[in-house]
Design a protein around this ligand. Structure first.
Ligand code: ZN
Length: 244
């Protein structure tokens, strides 16, 4: 990684989750949260260095057939970008962690941006105009892609070297490799998507990100620090689960 002073990372939209590990599983919980305005869209993160890159595009209420949500999602993202001093035409590239609508739903707002994704995802979706990125390749100065399969086969995250709070920090923009802080604390691996790929790989991907980053930006939650205590808690949870 090159000059970390050069780079800025901003969360332009914090993702939400309609089913936390502590929630009662079921459609009523999700419906109640939706009525309260929790849409379950992904976190959207902006990287500015030699290129301006958006990681995931967010999309709330992805299962709704109501078309007004499309307009509402577009307006929310446009507003969030404007608040951070960026317009869609200034985005050089959009990196998509994986092909779930809550992560790519607003992609059409960026017709001129390169659509970056892992090589595996590009092979799965040859008609989406995706530009392949190799494991470890930089998508901008000091921002490299790392494969994090498990949640889906072609899932990938981005690790950024920057300065936060005046000190050098490695930030992992995890996508759904790490969905929420609650998932980590409880050892939950999100099992609900139809194209879920591999639980063991999903566990390995979390462990890998913990070894590579100081701060995690989860796919559907606020950021958190990877403390030694958290690493130990995660390892212990995984050992206990394997032993079960
Ligand atoms: Zn997902």
């Amino acid at each position: 990684m090159k000059d970390p002073n050069y780079l800025m990372v901003r969360i332009v939209k914090v993702g939400t989750l309609t089913l936390e590990p502590t929630d009662l599983a079921g459609s009523l919980t999700i419906r109640c949260k939706h009525e309260l305005g929790v849409g379950g869209g992904s976190t959207v993160t902006l990287i500015r260095s030699d290129r301006t890159i958006l990681v995931d595009t967010g999309f709330d209420f992805e299962d709704s057939r109501d078309t007004h949500y499309v307009k509402r999602n577009r307006q929310q993202l446009l507003f969030a970008l404007r608040r951070n001093g960026v317009t869609p035409d200034q985005i050089d590239g959009v990196f998509i962690s994986h092909w779930h609508k809550d992560h790519f739903g607003n992609l059409s707002l960026f017709p001129h941006a390169r659509r970056l994704a892992s090589e595996r995802l590009c092979r799965e979706l040859p008609d989406e105009g995706l530009v392949p990125v190799a494991d470890g390749e930089e998508i901008a100065t000091s921002a490299r892609m790392v494969l994090t399969p498990g949640h889906t086969d072609g899932h990938a995250s981005v690790i950024v070297g920057c300065r936060l709070g005046g000190v050098a920090a490695r930030v992992a923009i995890a996508g759904d490799a790490i969905i929420s802080y609650g998932d980590v604390l409880t050892g939950r691996i999100w099992p609900y998507n139809a194209d879920f790929f591999d639980r063991n790989l999903a566990v390995e991907s979390v462990t890998h990100l913990f070894s590579q980053a100081d701060i995690i930006i989860p796919g559907h939650d606020v950021p958190f620090s990877v403390t030694p205590h958290l690493r130990k808690t995660w390892e212990k949870t995984m050992r206990t689960r394997t032993a079960d």
